[in-house]
Design a protein around this ligand. Structure first.
Ligand SMILES: Cc1ncc(COP(=O)(O)O)c(C=O)c1O
Length: 573
């Protein structure tokens, strides 16, 4: 595990922690803090010297330890992974040859005979990966579930007679699979309890559809109540809600930096930003520059260049500079270095757009997201965005901030003007779950869930590390990527886990770099200790079977250690 240079332990803790480090190093057990940085792969870390500098420069901005880990891919594993892809590619070409000569049956979508002279609509070459690699393990995705996506889930069993090109349902249901895949962070994806009851009740009164936009006749009293509640929850002046999280990003970024209204806008975007943010930035027609993931030197360099050089050719100053980041990155499990981003945006007078899709509800002692997690002022973020699909067990998204911002979006955002408004049961699910988190339902259920999620996260991550898996991301992130690397292990891991009644999400290229395939676990407050222990023992068993315990660092198993004092040692090859 590595420790971020930006660590600022609580009062008086710095010396203690370094002292601990030195003592243990004397015993030959612990790597010192700065040596830990050497372990980070290039794209995740800043040069070591600069990192140390960043630590001393920025530590006062952090009110808590910031522990993030990206253990380097072992060399042998990297070589074997590339070889695996090489072999798959050779077989792919061979099979394409057989398909071309009609020796092997071809299932892919392609032009009909009479369209032979057309430019192909389905680009064969681009589909090479899908046809020859993805199809082999396609059974791991799009599995239909037939229950609420809670801590346990029921799956429809299916088989394929043609190597995953088509599937048939056997009619059987795989019951009570422990669900480590859904983004049900606070366990509000439920079909019983106050949220489900209020959603059912409102459906009886308002129906399901709204059949109009907010601007026309689709503006319900419940929408207005929800917006007031969201603003109160986040501690800002105003908020607006939208029917779809993806569209909240892709339609509102163009409204803020769109070409039509203001030419000369610059968007500075983290390289791992979600597709909806990327699409929004592209649709805006603004100039987009990408900085390295969570790398403040890279962001500062872009900001400095933008101020010094201005726009290309004319060198006139940029009209607007918008920094776009996420709270928790859903593939890496990393948490944005928000205090530093805010500092930079203030120094360079840029605006900040923060997507809290995965962090709202899931981070912070009060569940108010990454702003709460770092104890910052929400007013320091110009545009707060989030979705209701994860922690609230509902659908849709919000934009929150200053009153003027929201009033502007109400009339300029395509998703506000042209999209049908949010469905009443969805609105009610969000209102009820949000009030629960705020304690406005008169119980401590929401608070307890926020705390339980944090505990489950730390426990699950620590146990996986102790077992010797390579885990990416921040200690406090409920998104837990576990590295699989090799293409053959993606499918094998998903299948072996399901055989043992554990449902997981596996991810590979193009969603990750080609050699960094992984399983992505999502921890929930609804997971009991027994469920996590069962899942962990199965992961360990499958990990041994498939040889997935790649980590060269071994944590000393110790349940008494607080999460930020975990020690590890290097295992020599
Ligand atoms: C960071 C981020 N933003 C936006 C979205 C889109 O949200 P939704 O799935 O609610 O449409 C997602 C989806 O997972 C996401 O991860």
């Amino acid at each position: 595990m590595t420790e971020s240079p930006a660590t600022k332990p609580a009062d008086g803790d710095v010396c203690q922690r370094v002292k601990n480090g030195l003592n243990l190093e004397k015993n030959g057990v612990l790597k010192s803090l700065h040596r830990c940085h050497e372990q980070q792969p290039k794209h995740h870390c800043q040069p070591e010297e600069e990192e140390v500098h960043a630590a001393s420069h920025h530590d006062s901005q952090y009110n808590r330890p910031f522990l993030e880990s990206f253990e380097e891919t072992p060399m042998l594993v990297a070589v074997l992974t590339y070889m695996g892809y090489g072999i798959l590619t050779i077989f792919g070409y061979l099979r394409d040859f057989l398909r071309h000569w009609k020796i092997e049956r071809c299932h892919i979508a392609r032009e009909k005979e009479e369209q032979r002279d057309f430019v192909p609509l389905y680009q064969d070459f681009e589909n090479f990966y899908t046809r020859n690699l993805y199809m082999r393990i396609r059974d791991n995705w799009n599995r239909p579930i037939c229950s609420v996506p809670g801590a346990k889930v029921d799956l429809m069993e299916r088989t394929s007679r043609d190597y995953n090109w088509t599937f048939e349902y056997t009619g059987r249901v795989v019951l009570d699979v422990i669900n480590l895949g859904s983004y049900n962070y606070l366990g509000f994806a439920e079909n019983t309890g106050p949220c489900a009851d209020s959603a059912a009740e409102i459906t009886m009164k308002y129906g399901v559809g709204v059949a109009s936009t907010r601007q026309e006749i689709g503006n319900l009293d419940r929408h207005e109540e929800l917006e007031k509640l969201v603003a109160k929850f986040l501690g800002v002046e105003s908020a607006m809600v939208f029917g779809m999280g993806f569209a909240t990003n892709s339609m509102n970024i163009p409204a803020l930096t769109g070409k039509v209204r203001t030419q000369g806008c610059l968007i500075l975007s983290d390289e791992l930003n979600h597709a909806s943010l990327v699409l929004g930035a592209r649709l805006s027609g603004s100039t987009i520059r990408v900085f390295k993931h969570n790398n403040m030197q890279s962001l500062e360099k872009l900001l400095r260049d933008a101020i010094v050089h201005g726009q290309p050719r004319t060198h006139r100053p940029w009209k607007k500079i918008l920094i776009v980041v996420e709270g928790i990155y859903s593939m890496e499990g990393s948490i944005v270095r928000l205090p530093e981003v805010i500092d930079l945006k203030k120094r360079y007078r840029a605006y900040l757009y923060l997507d809290e899709a995965h962090s709202i509800g899931a981070l912070g002692s009060r569940g108010r997201g990454v702003v709460d997690y770092f104890g910052l002022d929400p007013c320091d973020v110009d545009v707060l965005m989030g979705t209701f699909t994860k922690s609230f067990g509902a659908a849709g998204g919000y934009i929150a901030g200053k009153w003027e911002l929201i009033e502007y979006l109400r009339s300029h955002s395509h998703s506000a003007v042209y999209a049908t408004s949010m469905s009443p049961p969805v609105v009610e699910q969000i209102i009820t779950s949000m009030k629960c988190i705020m304690g406005e339902d008169g119980t401590t259920i929401g608070c307890d869930r926020v705390r339980k999620l944090a505990e489950n996260t730390v426990y699950f991550r620590r146990r996986l590390r102790e077992m010797g898996f390579i885990i990416y991301g921040n200690e406090d992130s409920p998104v837990v990527p576990m590295m699989l690397y090799m293409p053959a292990k993606i499918g094998a891991f998903g299948r072996e886990m399901l055989k043992r009644n554990i449902g997981v999400v596996v991810v590979g290229f193009p969603a990750t770099p080609i050699i960094e395939s992984r399983a992505r676990f999502c921890i929930s407050a609804a997971h009991t200790k027994e469920m996590l222990d069962r899942a962990l023992s199965v992961i360990s068993e499958v990990g041994d079977l498939l040889q997935l315990k790649y980590s060269r660092r071994r944590i000393q198993p110790s349940l008494s250690l607080p999460c930020d004092d975990i020690v590890f040692e290097d295992i020599d090859d």
